[in-house]
Design a protein around this ligand. Structure first.
Ligand code: NAP
Length: 300
């Protein structure tokens, strides 16, 4: 029996593992490959202190190297369930049932679907959720970015370096993204904005060739021709596999010690309800979760 199983090797899980090993706990870190979490697909991270600009993948490679140097054991597997037992937990994977005294859930979140006709049909044929992954396919083309948050504007900027024109379509008339990103986007000549507008359908033949829009203020319908649609309308937490108190969006409810409604089960990072979702807050959650786990396992 391990002292601790950590599910998810993004910033939260990797930090928890580093701290837990340093506390002398016997730790197993489980993730589906590749490790690193959502931030791995960020072309540029500019707000992780100590690194003025670093790619998401390089930052996470450093986290992984650090964890390996500390002697963290890692296993590649998909976890389908975490079961409470008489003496701890069983973490059920596709090939194993791993026992531990405590578990930290650090499974992060995944892009939310827009939920309009054409979205699933054209995913991979013009619809994407990741500019770093799919942007290069749209060199010199016209792209729509849906959403007004940090992810939408970050990736609109990435795409504007590749595409001929980027049109941000947002359901309100002000962006949610940080001021510095807004200013950069407003000053880019090949980024324009369609405000107060939602996408009602993504259409095309073999590939996407346009989006049907509705202005939510005037009710007016329109269609714009487009080669690609990048969707950033928020995230959904990867928490279906664990039976613990969550909010109505599925984010795990944990207190400031990262304790959940189940004793011995902790949550850290983007999978838990939190005021801010950043690499640094996920890493901080991981450190706190490891500290709380140590106290729990030692019976303090
Ligand atoms: P988000 O902040 O939830 O923004 C989602 C955007 O999509 C909002 O502008 C929202 O509009 C819009 N939206 C939601 N549902 C929609 C729908 N059905 N139709 C049309 N538009 C819809 O999500 P995110 O940008 O993915 O960011 C998630 C979290 O990660 C945030 O906490 C963010 O700060 C963080 N993040 C940080 C960084 C960074 O620091 N480098 C980068 C990326 C993400 P409204 O504004 O009207 O609600």
């Amino acid at each position: 029996m391990h002292d601790l199983v950590i599910v998810g090797a993004g910033p939260a899980g990797l930090t928890a593992a580093i701290y837990a090993v340093r506390y002398g706990l016997d730790v197993l870190l489980i993730d589906t490959l590749p490790v690193g979490g959502q931030i791995s697909s960020a072309k540029l991270v500019e707000n992780y202190p100590g690194f003025q600009d670093i790619s998401g993948i390089e930052l996470m490679e450093r986290f992984v190297d650090h964890a390996k140097d500390m002697g963290v054991s890692m296993e590649a597997a998909s976890v389908s369930e975490v079961v409470v037992t008489d003496d701890g937990f069983e973490t059920v994977t596709d090939s194993d049932r791993i026992t531990s005294k405590a578990v930290i859930i650090a499974t992060g979140a995944a892009p939310k679907l827009l939920g309009v006709p054409g979205e699933s049909e054209f995913t991979g044929r013009g619809v994407s959720y990741c500019a770093t992954c799919d942007g290069p396919f749209f060199s010199g083309k016209e792209i729509a970015v849906i959403g007004g948050g940090e992810s939408a504007i970050t990736d609109a900027l990435v795409l504007s370096d590749i595409a001929k024109q980027v049109t941000v379509i947002h359901r309100r008339d002000t962006l949610r993204a940080s001021q510095i990103l807004q200013e950069r986007a407003f000053s880019r000549e090949n980024i324009d904005f369609i405000w107060n507008t939602v996408v009602e359908e993504i259409s095309g033949e073999q590939l996407v060739d346009g989006v049907n829009l509705k202005n939510v203020v005037t009710g007016e319908n329109s269609r714009i021709p487009i080669d690609g649609v990048f969707i950033y309308v928020g995230v959904v937490p990867n928490t279906d596999f664990v039976d613990v108190k969550k909010n109505d969006q599925g984010f795990i409810m944990a207190n400031e010690a990262m304790e959940t409604s189940v004793p011995g089960l902790f949550a850290a990072g983007d999978c838990r309800k939190a005021p801010l979702y950043q690499v640094i807050t996920a890493a901080a959650d991981g450190a706190v979760a490891a500290y709380s786990t140590r106290k729990y396992v030692r019976g303090q």
